[in-house]
Write a protein that binds this ligand. Structure first.
Ligand code: B12
Ligand code: SF4
Length: 521
């Protein structure tokens, strides 16, 4: 039987479905005769999900369904699908005013309902899709993967039909082996009902792969809604320039999802891919790498890529990425500005060098400041989002004061209106060092469900432990009351009002302690 592959991106805030685009492109390059189609539920109104999926399956009659599931866990200080999850959780946990507590509880119930109904709905769409496809081909198969599945692969299997292949991380080689009829179980995957996921499956290294430019002439042919993402200039279209991150930041799962080995996509291929999008009118790109410059030794690769973008003549573009700002040089800064970087996120997490070290982040905060000055001198005049997660480990009033001092220095460099403090509280994720730490300290027990949003679990997974937990809870509530539209800056202001600001030098110095802290040991 000829394979016919349908890629279904499950409902998601409209964000370019780069994962399925790359998979379809890879399969086409190897098996040009296989018929494929992409169907993106991110562009379909919720009431039509089921009927639109049915219609697509009826017309295409796939033999293989590839479901891509991007996000599940969305603790963030931003308006989510059912409201602001952080605000609701904090109002419920920390508000003293019973009315506010009640509002938090009601918001929490609303979020809980929308969270579980989304899970249930997505599981239902997958099963429905398979059943429908089996009407046309009784042996139609199902493979499920994507960002959310990679993080929660051990749990999602329980929601899926027997024989579903559950994939972790990049799916190109798995699909390739499956389509060749070869044994695929050595890839990062398992088959529901056949085996349980192998121990430490996510820590296995992905199979190396040389990425070439995605062929958008082909993608356009197999994806009717592609135009959706071309119409609005708000979208930042994903382009991947490398895979993997070598770091060990204690709360981060990217480094295991993508693997520690950094694999650079050839710069000519990246530029060729951008050029195809550019010719279709795209001017905004998001380099979807876990880190655009993962370490100093990749600075030359970044320079090579950006220089080639300059040489290509695509001079009116903008791009954004996650940037480890400890890995910049004046030449790189210059190229970043020249090529139109107009937004970047630095995830320093804390402005206290001592805490940055304890969280195993490998950052030198002094270097970050020096590099930011170089970037400003090179003419960068756009927005920087600085991600802070308070209270991860060993936070104390003096480390908070240090973070304020650090943030104020960033404001002096870029301008207060240009530096956006994004206040996150870490959502504890499986397979991270922080999870191990939580086990060791009896905060959670092995076997807990990381996907649970029940209040008794969620309050542990939304990492904000006592003794400072209630203090931060109260500060955040005050910030939402005082200035809900500028939450991050307001939090910083309140913290400074209450605790003051350290000397910058104190923030940058990390005293060496005799006893190794838990996460560094
Ligand atoms: C870049 C990125 C962003 C950028 C995206 C920019 C853009 N325009 O594309 C920004 C900063 C905007 C962003 C935002 C968010 N993100 Co984000 N993001 C990422 C990141 C780092 C890379 C994603 C990516 O595009 N990779 C490149 C593409 C090519 O890979 P991919 O899509 O994963 O697809 C590959 C594999 O997954 C696999 N695959 C995909 N589907 C399938 C299907 C099958 C069957 C198979 C076999 C394989 C397979 O093969 C593909 C090709 O190799 C990941 C973490 C990571 N390192 O993966 C988080 C990640 C996807 N994000 C996540 C989240 C939660 C979010 C937010 C909801 C955060 C928030 N609270 O606000 C938002 C909102 C996104 C939205 N839907 O609106 C989570 C999702 C999982 C979860 N926890 O639920 C991740 C995994 C991070 C994490 N720590 O958990 N994000
Ligand atoms: S937080 Fe960033 S630098 Fe640290 S491991 Fe994750 S992706 Fe790498």
């Amino acid at each position: 039987m000829e394979n016919r592959i349908l890629y279904v991106r499950l409902p998601c805030n409209p964000i370019f479905p780069i994962g399925v685009v790359y998979l379809a492109d890879h399969v086409h390059k190897l098996f040009p005769n296989i018929e494929q189609r992409i169907f993106d539920l991110g562009t379909v109104p919720p009431l039509d999900f089921a009927s639109a999926l049915d219609a697509c399956i009826d017309s295409f009659k796939p033999t293989l369904l590839v479901f891509s599931w991007r996000d599940i866990q969305i603790y963030a200080p931003v308006g989510g699908r059912g409201g602001n999850p952080l605000q609701n959780a904090f109002e419920f946990q920390y508000a003293k005013n019973p009315l506010v507590k009640m509002r938090g509880a009601m918001g929490g119930v609303r979020l809980l309902t929308s969270y579980y109904s989304e899970l249930w709905r997505n599981g239902g769409l997958i099963k429905r899709g398979l059943k429908r496809a089996q009407k046309y081909h009784s042996d139609a198969r199902l493979i499920v993967g994507g960002g959310a599945v990679s993080v929660f692969y051990e749990q999602v299997g329980n929601m899926l039909p027997k024989e579903t292949i559950v994939s972790v991380g990049e799916g190109e080689t798995l699909l390739e082996k499956f389509l060749r009829g070869e044994e695929f179980r050595d890839q990062r995957c398992y088959v529901v009902g056949e085996t349980l996921p192998r121990d430490r499956l996510i820590h296995e290294q992905p199979t190396p792969l040389e990425k070439s430019a995605c062929n958008y002439d082909y993608i356009e042919n197999i994806w009717t809604e592609f135009q959706y993402y071309l119409q609005s200039s708000d979208f930042y279209i994903g382009v991947q320039t490398k895979r993997g991150c070598p770091h060990n930041c204690c709360y981060c799962v990217y480094t295991v999802v993508e693997g520690k080995q950094v694999r650079i996509n050839p710069s000519d291929e990246v530029v060729a891919e951008m050029r195809q999008l550019y010719d279709r009118g795209i001017r905004n790109f998001w380099f979807t790498d876990a880190q655009f410059i993962p370490a100093r030794k990749f600075i030359d690769d970044a320079i090579e890529l950006l220089q080639k973008i300059v040489d290509s003549g695509m001079t009116d573009i903008h791009w954004a990425a996650y940037i480890r700002a400890d890995n910049l040089t004046p030449q790189l800064c210059d190229l970043m500005v020249k090529t139109g970087m107009n937004y970047f996120e630095i995830g320093i997490t804390s402005g206290s060098q001592e805490l940055v070290r304890k969280m195993r982040m490998g950052y030198n905060l002094r270097t970050v400041l020096e590099n930011c000055r170089d970037l400003k001198a090179a003419g960068f005049n756009d927005l920087v989002s600085v991600n802070y997660s308070f209270n991860v480990i060993d936070e104390r009033p003096e480390t908070i004061r240090q973070t304020i001092a650090y943030h104020r220095e960033l404001e002096r460099i870029f301008g207060a209106d240009k530096v956006e403090p994004a206040i996150f509280f870490i959502g504890l994720q499986p397979h991270t060092h922080l999870e191990e730490y939580a086990f060791k300290n009896g905060i959670i027990k092995p076997g807990y469900n990381p996907m649970s949003h029940m209040p008794w679990t969620a309050r542990k997974l939304l990492w904000n432990p006592e003794p400072l937990g209630s203090f931060f809870g109260e500060v955040c509530l005050q910030a939402w009351r005082r200035n809900p539209n500028d939450f991050g800056r307001e939090v910083m202001k309140i913290l400074e009002e209450r605790l003051g600001c350290a000397e910058l030098e104190e923030a940058l110095a990390a005293p060496i302690v005799a006893k190794q802290p838990a996460l560094v040991a």
